[in-house]
Design a protein around this ligand. Structure first.
Ligand SMILES: [Zn+2]
Ligand SMILES: [Zn+2]
Length: 344
């Protein structure tokens, strides 16, 4: 079922769930295993209500969330925006490129549109992407679109400016990158990603008891509590393995990563390393680290020390496998050839 008021280019597909919330996956510069970011378009503007003394931070006739498509989809994005009412709210959950790449197209197509985002997100959005008409929000406000209420939820963890949105009448949660369609999201350590915030946001989402959870990558989840409990279970289990590594004598980032991710492809250890740093910070926050573990010394091993040891292990690993076999085969056949020439 597709909202009668949304005109969509034929090349795009759309799922409307719950009614009025249109989810349009668009090709984006996102991380594997995903290739698209869900553009959310809310158009249920059949009931426009103008509140005199408005309790809302913004009101509009339509809203789009996270226009993060690649430039080759700008034409389709412009077509969507052109077909929407002029009084448009643009909500951005956070500043990652796969969530804001289409902003400049939205602004060019509708210069009257108003951008809403957290101040930590706004400060990271380039002037080339958005230059006029924005409102910073903190995560306590509400938005009204055609008579429908959306509660803004402060949801840090993935980044320090990350926001979610609750569609009040259906209790559906648009969760940004806190949740993803499969696996779990990485936390961006360079943009204020924080494990304690991640846990608190997950508890906050559970308290909301949403009926549906809409993430920006992958499918809608209709069993949100199950998904959120799974996240908590996985993170706690990872954290207890990290604590075990520390208790058994690991003091450097590399040693803890090697212990915790022993059975994971070494290519992924660099991403795993920032996860470990966030867990160690969280363990320190909870006073769970053994007294003999020095956090300052650990932090001094997080850059050159980690990368040099990781590079060495990575190169060794590469040489051990097919390259080494090929080298061995070439050397053996060379020796065999030499011997046969000498024996003639
Ligand atoms: Zn992100
Ligand atoms: Zn993303």
């Amino acid at each position: 079922m597709q909202s009668h008021s949304l005109k969509l280019p034929p090349t795009l597909s759309c799922q409307e769930y719950p009614p009025g919330v249109n989810i349009i996956p668009m090709g984006s510069k996102t991380a594997q295993p995903f290739r698209t970011t869900n553009l959310i378009v809310f158009t249920n503007g059949n009931n426009p209500v103008e509140h005199e003394s408005s309790p809302f931070v913004a009101q509009g006739d339509a809203m789009i969330i996270d226009p993060g498509c690649r430039s080759e989809f700008n034409k389709e994005l412009a077509e969507i925006v052109t077909a929407l009412p002029r009084k448009l709210i643009v909500f951005v959950t956070h500043h990652h490129r796969d969530h804001v790449d289409g902003l400049s197209t939205v602004q060019k197509t509708n210069p009257d549109a108003c951008l809403l985002a957290h101040e930590n997100t706004i400060s990271r959005i380039r002037k080339d992407d958005w230059s006029v008409g924005y409102t910073t929000v903190s995560g306590t406000e509400e938005i009204c679109i055609g008579g429908e209420r959306f509660k803004i939820i402060f949801a840090p963890g993935h980044t320090d400016g990350h926001l979610a949105l609750l569609h009040v009448s259906t209790n559906s949660l648009i969760a940004g990158d806190h949740c993803v369609g499969q696996g779990s999201a990485f936390l961006d350590i360079n943009s204020g990603g924080n494990m304690n915030d991640y846990f608190q946001t997950t508890y906050k989402f559970m308290d909301l008891s949403p009926n549906a959870l809409i993430s920006m990558h992958g499918r809608v989840n209709l069993w949100p509590k199950h998904m959120l409990c799974g996240y908590l279970k996985n993170r706690r289990s990872r954290e207890s393995t990290i604590l075990k590594a520390i208790e058994s004598g690991s003091k450097t980032l590399f040693d803890i990563v090697a212990y915790t991710y022993a059975d994971v492809d070494r290519n992924l250890w660099v991403i795993a390393a920032s996860n470990v740093r966030l867990h160690v910070e969280h363990l320190a926050h909870q006073n769970k680290l053994p007294k003999e573990f020095c956090v300052e010394k650990f932090e001094s091993t997080c850059r050159v020390h980690f990368f040099s040891r990781w590079m060495w292990t990575y190169v060794q690993n590469r040489i051990n496998s097919p390259t080494l076999m090929l080298l061995g085969a070439v050397t053996a056949s060379g020796i065999a050839l030499l011997c046969s020439v000498r024996n003639k």
